[in-house]
Design a protein around this ligand. Structure first.
Ligand SMILES: Nc1ncnc2c1ncn2[C@@H]1O[C@H](COP(=O)(O)OP(=O)(O)O)[C@@H](O)[C@H]1O
Ligand SMILES: [Mg+2]
Length: 260
């Protein structure tokens, strides 16, 4: 094998390993939500058990119907979370097609909601209408998950997470803004945050620290989309990430019902 062939081989192996890394990071970001999701399931089970007991105790139709209604909606909530988790963890399709960024964000919010709630973080979501972009949906969700989990970790307790989805028709970008009121990033550290393995998070009591892979993969995904990612931060005030992706027209046959 000549040197040129060796380099081609190595480059192919590197690309494969980077894909593997992306998949592993996707799973580890779900790990960061494990404790909040377990909590939520416990609450759901408590609801199911209590209403099942109530339905058994009170045999009149009104009480039974009420019990079944509550059990049904608790079950549906649980199904929404497990479906979302499985879709997020498994979806590794490499299709690039028009997707509504608002919907992608909503699906990620289902998974992180409880984590935000447990840390008393309020969420401002500004997404007036669907915003279409030409993207690989599962990769964009991975970016959103990473940015939101980072924002939450930077805020610790009682912060405000602002999320904006907007169509910037004038310069051809579909944009998502993720903004937090957390600790911020010192100016001299900003140039490093997208580096592989750069992390300031030390392992906590459960041994969960940072891997320093989240933002490096975000950058890799953004570059593959020929998009941009910008960060502004002020120590003690907070951080804002702006994601710019190639916008697309809404697909033929799509009817916007969001304003109705
Ligand atoms: N929203 C944020 N607020 C403050 N610091 C941040 C934020 N997002 C990222 N950082 C900094 O960038 C570093 C790298 O982030 P990331 O690549 O996601 O790795 P990890 O989260 O595993 O540490 C973090 O350790 C943190 O220091
Ligand atoms: Mg991270």
């Amino acid at each position: 094998m000549d040197d040129f062939q060796k380099i081609v081989d190595l480059e192919q192996r590197l690309a494969l390993l980077e894909d593997e890394l992306m998949r592993a990071q996707r799973l580890s970001s779900v790990g960061a939500l494990a404790s909040s999701i377990t909590h939520e399931f416990n609450n759901i089970l408590t609801t199911v058990i209590n209403y099942a007991r109530m339905g058994l105790r009170h045999t009149d139709e009104k009480s039974r119907t009420k019990s079944f209604d509550r059990i049904l909606s608790a079950g549906q909530r649980a199904a929404q979370i497990t479906t979302g988790m499985l879709a997020y963890a498994r979806n590794t399709s490499d299709r690039v097609e028009p997707a509504d960024l608002k919907r992608l964000l909503d699906d990620v919010l289902v998974l992180v909601q409880k984590d935000l709630q447990m840390h008393r973080i309020s969420v401002d979501l500004m997404a007036p209408s669907p915003v279409w972009a030409l993207v690989n949906a599962s990769q964009i969700q991975q970016i959103l998950m990473n940015l939101i989990v980072n924002a939450r970790q930077a805020m610790k307790e009682a912060g405000r997470l602002r999320l904006i989805v907007r169509d910037n028709t004038s310069d051809g970008w579909a944009e998502i803004v993720v903004s937090d009121t957390g600790c911020g990033i010192p100016h001299d550290k900003l140039p490093h945050i997208f580096d592989k393995f750069y992390t300031t998070k030390t392992p906590d009591a459960r041994g969960q620290g940072g891997t320093g892979l989240g933002l490096s993969l975000c950058l890799r995904i953004v570059e593959a989309h020929q998009g941009r990612i910008r960060v502004e931060s002020e120590t003690g005030k907070g951080t804002t990430f702006t994601l710019k992706l190639p916008r697309s027209e809404s697909p033929a046959g799509f009817i916007d019902t969001s304003a109705a």
